[in-house]
Design a protein around this ligand. Structure first.
Ligand code: Q46
Ligand code: ZN
Ligand code: ZN
Length: 332
């Protein structure tokens, strides 16, 4: 029988990349220690800072919330859980995600903050996914949703007077992102990649951190399961499809051939390739996109009007157009 490396109990997890078997309790401890080490090594959180944790209700962000809640005493920071209600009505997805968020905050006895896209900005991701909006934006709803969430996390961070916004991106996400952008030779995206993005106070840009960027997706699945965390079941109905899952399959195969390859890709990129790219192209990129404030909402943007305000304008105008058509049809 396989035994845990630390206590000799029956092992429930086998980590090929670390050549290690662990029982439930030692696996939980191992993950939390690795997140602590990541935060310390990359100087993600300093004492007395206020950290907003962006919690969607999925396994990654809920695990992030619980791990940060455990670490906040040791690292002495203030934790603010934040959830965005995206208004996804298919399968009651957003309703269930909000419930999961509230249950986790209650369990941890921390006050969470909820921003409703519908109540505060007048539209939902369902509206973004409508045929007419898709046609005008020429982007899949999932990609538009990503822009919206990044904007709202940053804005909430600024309004909450926070120092950092922490997100639940895991190692598998990050390795796929880097491989995809290496294949496309997208230097701009590669140069901007960093698990710790600094704040730019002049234009209202808050520091972003990814404390789980060295933890595999399967490890977070196990962590959430072993700790019996409340997470929203099922995938988001608008989740972007094929390219991502194809890349995941390829990465899985690579991991089978060479356990730990995702860690190698991300670490070597940060240690070796990024500094080389920065010394050659860094200045040029910085010059190309100076940030300023959006003339509508006053948040950071490289252009006169930020991406969020443009999206909102398109979605609201399509909603008004559709409502007007409905009225005229009703009068015919
Ligand atoms: S909520 Fe939004 Fe995600 Fe749904 S539409 Fe895509 S980005 S998948 S993490
Ligand atoms: Zn053990
Ligand atoms: Zn704006």
């Amino acid at each position: 029988m396989k035994r845990c490396r630390f206590c000799g109990k029956t092992a429930e997890v086998s980590l090929r990349y670390a050549n290690m078997r662990l029982c439930r309790d030692h696996f939980i401890e191992y993950i939390e220690k690795r997140v602590l080490k990541t935060i310390e090594q990359y100087k993600m959180i300093r004492p007395n800072e206020r950290v907003v944790a962006a919690v969607s209700g999925g396994k990654d962000s809920v695990s992030l919330l619980h791990i940060l809640a455990k670490l906040r005493e040791k690292l002495r920071f203030d934790l603010v859980p934040l959830h965005i209600d995206l208004g996804i009505s298919v399968d009651d997805f957003s309703k269930r995600a909000l419930e999961a968020f509230r249950e986790n905050c209650k369990e941890l006895d921390i006050d969470g903050i909820v921003i409703s896209l519908k109540d505060e900005y007048g539209f939902t991701i369902d509206n973004v996914a409508s045929r007419s909006v898709r046609r005008r934006l020429r982007r899949p709803p999932c990609s538009v949703c990503g822009t919206i969430k990044r904007y709202l996390f940053n804005k909430a961070g600024v309004e909450l007077n926070a120092d950092r916004v922490a997100t639940g991106h895991n190692l598998t996400d990050e390795a796929i992102f880097l491989l995809q952008n290496l294949i496309d030779m997208n230097l701009d995206a590669l140069l901007r990649y960093d698990p710790v993005l600094p704040s730019v106070p002049d234009v209202g840009l808050i520091s972003k951190i990814k404390p789980l960027f060295q933890i595999y997706e399967f490890e977070l699945e196990l962590y959430a399961k072993f700790r019996d965390l409340k997470i929203v079941s099922g995938a988001c109905p608008y989740r972007a499809g094929s390219t991502l899952s194809e890349m995941k399959k390829i990465l899985d195969e690579l991991e089978n051939l060479r356990p730990g390859v995702s860690i190698v890709v991300v670490r070597n990129f940060l240690k070796k390739l990024k500094p080389a790219l920065e010394s050659k192209y860094g200045e040029q990129i910085k010059r190309e996109v100076p940030l300023r404030r959006c003339s509508i909402c006053n948040m950071a943007t490289p252009l006169d009007i930020c991406a969020f305000c443009k999206i909102r304008d398109v979605v609201l105008s399509e909603m008004r157009g559709n409502a007007a058509k409905d009225v005229s049809r009703a009068h015919q």
